[in-house]
Write a protein that binds this ligand. Sequence first.
Ligand SMILES: *Cc1c(COP(=O)(O)O)cnc(C)c1O
Length: 333
Amino acid sequence: MHLSRFPRVFLAHLPTPLEKLDRLSHELGVEIWIKRDDCTGLSTGGNKTRKLEFLMAEAQAEGADLVITQGATQSNHARQTAAFAAKLGMGCHLLLEDRTGSNKANYRQNGNVLLDHLHGATTETRPGGADMAAEMEAVAAQFRAAGRKVYVIPGGGSNATGALGYVNCAFELVSQANDRGLVIDQIVTATGSAGTQAGLITGLKAINARIPLLGIGVRAPREKQEENVFALAQKTAEKLGCAGVVAREDVLANSDYVGAGYGIPREDTLEAIRMFAELEGILLDPVYSAKGAAGLIDLCRKGQFKGQRVVFLHTGGSAALFGYDDVLLAGRA
Ligand SMILES: *Cc1c(COP(=O)(O)O)cnc(C)c1O
């Protein structure tokens, strides 16, 4: 297993810190650590930076002068792609899907959307429920007809190339734990387009770490989420030359914290944001990391992790907070 064999643009701030959350641990009665992938760099950081190191290297190798990707209006992936493209001197065109239907000015223009534009990306919007992969191909065809060399990145950067970034994160995390004698009993993270969980489980299995990984879903029902992650993990393992290393039962998701839908926070999402902010000085986001943390908090309270050492992988996303000021400030004078 040798990741140096794959082209990569080294741009992320790695290794990200692994820190103990003393006050949150005390509050929940479970020893909780955090892997700070909110600190990867690229325009406020987040998990897409690791994936983009491999994806953008592939784009460069193909001679691309324009990358196209898609996401929700407040997509962190779109923003990190825009920043990476700026750094490499490539164009970036984003298709933003209106998944929440919110017409709040800050949701539509602030947060990640503001940053997309600051990085010089061009954007188009699509209604919620559009076939975004097909929309991207159609737009890519137009740019190609106009003479551009286009590289299309799937939503969330989640294909076998992008997932390599999280194979690497699994190695990094286990070696940090080894170096300080920390036995990790459980890893918990938010899971969406599946690349993060698929890469992590592939890496963990490839080194036989024997650490269970739980993905807290932000959109799809559990069965569907697990199927998506498993399918991508299989492709990732194949790419790495260790086909079959991930079994179906290694892929565990829990979609009990989604609420009304993608990008719509519920009360426990907001509580998770407040707890991390007030107890640890750490910013979560209302779409992904706080839904993951809400699952972590609830499962700790229910005794599922009793006596264990749990690592929460913080996937970033705080820029989206500025698109959600209305719900976050509701009830405050
Ligand atoms: C994209 C994203 C996730 C989910 O990661 P996937 O690889 O898409 O499953 C989690 N947290 C944040 C902040 C994200 O932007």
